[in-house]
Design a protein around this ligand. Structure first.
Ligand SMILES: Nc1ncnc2c1ncn2[C@@H]1O[C@H](COP(=O)(O)OP(=O)(O)OP(=O)(O)O)[C@@H](O)[C@H]1O
Length: 254
């Protein structure tokens, strides 16, 4: 991205973002609510096209009208509209076929991936009957079924149990070792700290930090990523806010 700038009406939500990402990197993509993370991801996915600046993916300017680069991208959105009337099998094979995979191949892959995620019992059930974690597994499988080179994950572990979290973390490490590039957006700093090779912090539409966790710590920032996040975003009021909030909760309601 070069000088990426985006306005929604009169509001500037991204201001001159410059970013170069390499193959095999797991990028912890973090920032306060409303910082502009989803907006940058949507621009890279081609879902928002009226922006200023340049965005190139796989060496190609995404504004050149050729959208074939999207075939090499996988995406787990924070909130997804799954077609819940479909069964897991129908949904995953539908997504796979949209990416141009042969039906027999997508079915074989889907069956095996569902089995590895421990949801084979509900493979033929409608997604509407699934728990949150089961839906999340369907989303993760769908994002990977076409073996993408670039992955955008927004709170991908949401709703997953502790065992499944371990499996997904291992999958991401393995994919990155195989040269896949992963944008990992999350507000769970402990996980971002552990899995990211590089952490990028966006605040108020600007890039305010970029480096490995160790590099961020060396730059006079102490403690965990959560504490570094607090320092970089100038936030130290959590206790005062919590106290005031509880005092409002406790006000008489009669
Ligand atoms: N379609 C839209 N129309 C107008 N404003 C928008 C639109 N989409 C996003 N915004 C604004 O752009 C800013 C950045 O939003 P964005 O969703 O990119 O933030 P985010 O970093 O992903 O936040 P979160 O962590 O809460 O998901 C916010 O001020 C938001 O209100």
């Amino acid at each position: 991205m070069k000088n990426l700038t985006k306005d929604f009406g009169s509001k500037r939500v991204l201001t001159g973002v410059d970013l170069k990402v390499h193959e095999g990197e797991i990028i912890g993509y973090i920032g306060p609510n409303g910082a502009g993370k989803s907006t940058t991801v949507k621009i890279m996915l081609g879902l928002i096209d009226d922006y200023f600046g340049d965005v190139s993916i796989f060496g190609q300017d995404i504004a050149n009208g050729d959208s074939t680069y999207k075939r090499r991208i996988g995406y787990v959105p924070e909130t997804a509209d799954l077609y819940e009337n479909l069964t897991a099998k129908e949904y995953i094979t539908f997504i796979g076929e949209l990416y141009g995979i042969e039906p027999e191949i997508v079915e074989q892959k889907a069956k095996k991936m569902v089995q590895l995620f421990g949801i084979e019992d509900v493979y033929h059930s409608r997604i509407s009957s699934f728990s949150k974690g089961m839906k999340q597994k369907v989303l993760i499988i769908s994002s990977l079924i076409h073996n993408p080179d670039l992955l955008f994950l927004d709170e991908p572990l949401s709703g997953l149990d502790a065992n499944s979290v371990m499996v997904v973390k291992e999958i991401l490490a393995k994919l990155a070792a195989d040269g896949k590039t992963i944008f990992y957006s999350s507000h769970i700093m402990e996980v971002v700290e552990k899995i990211s090779h590089r952490i990028i912090l966006l605040a108020d539409g600007k890039l305010v930090a970029d480096g490995s966790f160790e590099e961020l710590r060396e730059k006079n920032m102490e403690g965990s990523l959560e504490e570094i996040f607090n320092q970089l975003t100038g936030f130290d009021k959590h206790k005062a806010i919590a106290e005031e909030f509880v005092s409002v909760v406790q006000r008489d309601v009669t």
